[in-house]
Design a protein around this ligand. Structure first.
Ligand code: ZN
Length: 239
């Protein structure tokens, strides 16, 4: 692990790329350093094994251009959110000193996603408490930003991913065991149905249309982002 500008957390390997792969590629192109952390190994997945998913996750992180990808073991399908887990996240935030932390929206179809949103938000705040001594200097990010997964939540802002969408989809395709593969003999799941990737594509088009661009990824924040140029923020759109 190294210091980064943006730090992304997901519950399962592939959550981060589905929600914000295009934003990561854009950030890396803009010269920002990005780190990725999966809170579980994805061992409850119907298809693939934790070993195949670990290899796929590493390949995807290389495609996205992340500086590192860490995998924790908080238990897939029963994600633990105790003090021990909180301290592991606090340690990562303090060591990597991100300006912004990205987490899953803390209310989603999969309870692991909900728990991820909650524990990452809380640990990112606690990481800034100087009196909490862990042997690593305290650090508090500016804020935690949530990416949208299954439930539809009105976005606080949308990142234009027109130029990075293809790379995002290539990173998702690195998870061969999880998504549509006509040669696979494993059972069909919600996400390995070819319609799932069509939905991801359609959602990217929908979010892009909201900001007058081809593709976009949507984010939700509890505090509004500051806008320095209102005209630029709404450029490319008509009422
Ligand atoms: Zn997930």
């Amino acid at each position: 692990m190294t210091e980064v500008d943006l730090l992304f957390f997901g519950a399962h390997p592939d959550d981060i790329e589905l929600g914000c792969g295009g934003t990561i590629v854009k950030a890396v192109k803009d010269g920002l350093r990005v780190g990725m952390v999966d809170l579980t190994r994805g061992e409850m997945g119907t298809r693939g094994t934790p070993q195949t998913r670990k290899r796929e996750a590493a390949a995807s992180a290389r495609i996205l251009g992340a500086s590192f990808r860490e995998q924790l073991d908080f238990s897939d399908g029963a994600l633990r959110t105790g003090r021990d887990e909180e301290l592991q996240i606090i340690d990562i935030v303090r060591r990597t000193r991100p300006k912004i932390v990205f987490a899953m929206y803390p209310d989603d179809r999969h309870p692991d996603h909900t728990r991820t949103g909650r524990i990452v938000t809380e640990a990112s705040f606690y990481a800034g408490l100087r009196a909490l001594e862990t042997g690593v200097e305290a650090h508090r990010p500016h804020t935690t930003v949530y990416y949208v997964q299954n439930y539809m939540v009105p976005p606080s802002f949308v990142v234009d991913c027109t130029k990075t969408w293809k790379t995002k989809m290539r990173a998702i395709a690195a998870f061969k065991s999880q998504f549509h593969d006509p040669k696979s003999k494993e059972p069909l799941t919600f996400i390995s149905d070819p319609k799932f990737l069509t939905m991801i594509e359609a959602r990217g088009v929908h979010f892009g249309a909201l900001i007058g661009s081809e593709y976009g990824e949507a984010f939700v924040t509890k505090q509004p982002p500051r806008v320095d140029d209102v005209i630029a923020a709404y450029g490319g759109r008509e009422v």
